[in-house]
Design a protein around this ligand. Structure first.
Ligand code: AMP
Length: 216
């Protein structure tokens, strides 16, 4: 099963993705996580990518495509995966199609999580992330047991630079300009499925699960 999770920043892609990969035994390929991980390890790629990420800009197609190519074809060719946050541009989508073509495969489904701008701003500005394991919280809707401390690993929680108000607005504009065209791209291929992302986490998860169980 080869899936792609799409939606504006803050639509809940990452949190849903983690549960889906557990349920369906898929490799979770999140370009945002890969960039942050590389930055934490002080690798040159991560340091370079963070320059873009910090301002809410997209990392260049060249760097992004290369990091995904390496991940998909590292030791063995990944057969079952869920892509979270990639592709984000038509150029990336075309590169992905070419990569999969080489292995004679293609994406099975693209799940588009639909959420309004107002809901997104509210969600993202209150988001806090663990500096060690990457777990996410929300100051109102999903607070940690102890203020500023990760429930899972005890790491310090922080607000990602790209979760600050100006940066979120910037990311929403970029999403509309660069990533929304992908909706038509995948719709024309007959593999796009929409889910209402404004419901509770469980309701959204159940909707995605029902869709996958019915179609795949
Ligand atoms: P995410 O965790 O998916 O929200 O990604 C965080 C940030 O990483 C984004 O705002 C971008 O700056 C960068 N990023 C992640 N995936 C991509 C991508 N496919 N293309 C370009 N930049 C990306």
């Amino acid at each position: 099963m080869k899936l792609l999770m799409m939606g504006p920043p803050g639509a809940g892609k990452g949190t849903q993705a983690k549960k889906i990969v557990d349920e369906y035994q898929l490799a979770n390929i999140s370009t945002g996580e890969m960039f942050r991980d590389s930055y934490r390890k002080k690798e040159s790629l991560g340091l370079l990518a963070m320059e873009f990420i910090r301002d809410g800009h997209l990392v260049s197609d060249e760097i992004t495509i290369e990091i995904v190519r390496r991940r998909l074809f590292a030791n063995h060719v990944e057969k079952n995966f869920l892509l979270d946050g990639f592709p984000r541009t038509i150029a990336q989508a075309e590169a992905l199609e070419e990569m999969l073509d080489v292995t004679g495969s293609k994406l099975d489904a693209v799940i588009q999580i639909v959420v309004s701008d107002a809901v997104i701003l509210n969600r993202m500005v209150g988001r806090r992330s663990c500096s060690i394991c990457g777990a996410t919280y929300h100051i109102d809707y999903k607070p940690p047991h102890q203020d500023g401390v990760c429930d899972s690993c005890g790491g310090v929680l922080y607000q990602r630079e790209d979760d600050k108000h100006e940066s979120v607005k910037n990311r929403l504009d970029i999403y509309k300009e660069k990533t929304k065209p992908l909706i038509d791209y995948y719709e024309s291929r007959g593999i796009l499925f929409e889910v209402n992302g404004e419901k509770s986490f469980d309701a959204v998860y159940q909707a995605i699960k029902a869709l996958l169980d019915e179609r795949l």
